[in-house]
Design a protein around this ligand. Sequence first.
Ligand SMILES: Nc1ncnc2c1ncn2[C@@H]1O[C@H](COP(=O)(O)OP(=O)(O)OP(=O)(O)O)[C@@H](O)[C@H]1O
Ligand SMILES: [Mg+2]
Length: 302
Amino acid sequence: MDVAIKTIGLTKQYGSFVALEPLNIEVKKGEILGYLGPNGAGKTTTIRSMLGLIKPTGGRAEIFGIDTQANKVEAHKHIAYIPGESTFWPNLTGAETLYLLGRINGAVDNKYMAELIKRFQFDVSKKVRAYSKGNRQKINIIAALMTKADLLIMDEPTTGLDPIMEQAFKECVMEAKANGQTVFLSSHILEEVEALCDRIGILRSGKLVELGTLSEMRHLAALTVQATFENKPPKVDHIKGVSGIKVVGHQLTCQVQGSIDPLFSALVAAHPKTLLSREPSLEELFLSLYGEEEVRNKDQVS
Ligand SMILES: Nc1ncnc2c1ncn2[C@@H]1O[C@H](COP(=O)(O)OP(=O)(O)OP(=O)(O)O)[C@@H](O)[C@H]1O
Ligand SMILES: [Mg+2]
């Protein structure tokens, strides 16, 4: 079976409010899929519906071909899940919590767990209530990774982690991929998604608006072009698709959407000393998708 996750018209409504429009996606085995969207876009709703933790109002989901509603227990045997919000037992220590979470899961690679504790510099001796936010999140991360589950489903896993721990997390996810595991990663951290993910899905107001590789998506945003000249840069504001023109001394920077030919011809005709073009980063793509839009943030009560 080379499909890890398949959703078929998966939908969630709260009363008349559509939190997730019919979603049809397939995540291939061994793939890392990044799932992006602003607050309230429906990322957590997708994950919870997909896992059968909330009842979808339409459609269904399969994990390695197993229906997550009809056969939840069987499906969950393949999964380690990091929830967006979690509460632990406040009186247990970190070590006790990891032990308990491991027992719930059934299969734990103890050697790898010890290694993870070290790599995440996690002090297991404290009581859960005494951990800082980032340290509490480490419990979630270690507990998920130590199972070496076939499928890791992570809902904003690096919330609260410092940059060093964020780096440790990235390394672990790459190792999971090398190990043949599949990862569904919902995140706000674009740099993390850019670094890790094979494909990216972008959700807006409950609707999947983009799904593809970063290079497939690059057509959505403008290319940045920078050129320097002996003298004053040429005028380019009349050229189709050109925007954001900035001239500082002899240097011109602008963005171009669509064909770059007319802009390049104009620049080359003026004999540039240097000429650079750069593809948009995921952050620039994301902003170009959301920039003009009003982000949905109307929390609904069912
Ligand atoms: N139990 C519920 N009753 C009514 N509306 C809900 C419920 N749970 C979620 N929603 C709404 O569904 C929408 C999607 O919420 P969701 O938590 O999936 O967003 P998200 O993308 O995970 O956001 P964030 O980035 O803030 O975690 C929001 O508008 C939210 O208010
Ligand atoms: Mg969420």
